[in-house]
Write a protein that binds this ligand. Structure first.
Ligand SMILES: O=C(O)CCC(=O)C(=O)O
Length: 285
């Protein structure tokens, strides 16, 4: 097994260095700046903690990134063989903005496969500037994708208004934890992480915008239990109208990465509620 795949399975994340050319990163930065500047003031006010969240389909160059051959090659190098893309966001932390709260993103906790070692869903993050703890780099709790961690009991639902507004920075979701690890990268690297991993980001204390393009993939889609395939395919089926004007080659690459499910099993219900491993399996007895 490749070292990076091992790290992803064991620690819940890895960094693939120098995947995107500086030229392409410059183009992405220009295109995402336009998309971010177009967001309404109210949106920015409501998303203090995350920073602007612009769907990828608002930015054709980001669509190009999703199906880009350099990224594809890098991801396939991790050893998974059936990559499917579902959605993504341009997440931009403005200068002098607060930290992003601790959270995980997996929404299929009602299925026992969620407690397996194999990742179901991963984020692929392309930061468009070099990051460090001073300008809002990612931070993670290694191994929290498969191991119970004290933060699991303490964190609230990731998308409450109070967390999004960052109105109480003394809350546990914003605090440094003794187990956390900073994930500082160079622009052009990719961070791949398990959707179950507890992660957040430092405050951006710099005078420059810190933008990341976050993309959601299912790296082994065909091998997933059918109820999860059904959940994924149903939840992420529609192609937004904005994409209609894109270069047909970019659209085609996106289409080729979409998940489909033609079986007849019921999809797992959406659930962000993670029980401890012991509580989950006790409940099923
Ligand atoms: O803004 C970041 O660095 C991380 C974004 C994030 O946590 C996410 O997309 O789930």
């Amino acid at each position: 097994m490749d070292d990076l795949q091992l790290q992803l399975l064991a620690e819940g994340y890895c960094i693939i260095p120098s995947v995107l050319s500086s030229n392409f990163v410059d183009r992405l930065r220009e295109a995402t700046d336009i998309a971010i500047d177009a967001m309404a003031h109210d949106h920015r006010q409501a998303q203090q903690s995350t920073g602007s969240m612009v769907p990828i389909y608002k930015c054709e160059t980001c669509g190009e990134l999703v199906g880009h051959c350099d990224m594809r090659k890098a991801l396939e190098g991790l050893g998974f063989s059936d990559w499917r893309y579902t959605s993504g966001y341009i997440i931009s932390k403005p200068p002098d903005s607060p930290p992003l709260f601790w959270h995980y993103d997996w929404g299929g906790w009602s299925h026992p496969f969620s407690y397996e070692r194999m990742p179901t869903q991963v984020f692929v993050m392309a930061y468009l500037v070099d990051t460090n703890p001073g300008n809002g780099c990612l931070r993670v709790i290694p191994r929290s994708h498969i191991q119970d961690h004290p933060l699991h009991e303490m964190m609230r639902d990731a998308h409450t208004e109070e967390l999004l507004l960052a109105s109480d920075l003394s809350a546990v979701e914003f605090q440094k934890h003794s187990d956390d690890v900073d994930v500082a990268v160079q622009a052009g690297d990719l961070v791949v992480g398990d959707a179950r991993l507890i992660h957040g980001a430092h405050a951006n204390n710099s005078d420059r915008r810190r933008t990341v393009v976050t993309m959601w993939f299912f790296p082994n889609y065909g091998a997933l239990p059918e109820p999860i395939q059904g959940y994924v395919a149903r939840r992420f089926q529609d192609e937004p109208d904005d994409v209609a004007t894109w270069d047909p080659r970019i659209r085609k690459r996106l289409y080729d990465l979409r998940p489909f499910y033609h079986g007849n099993r019921d999809p797992v219900p959406f659930s962000r509620e993670r029980l401890s491993r012991k509580a989950f399996f006790a409940k099923r007895m």
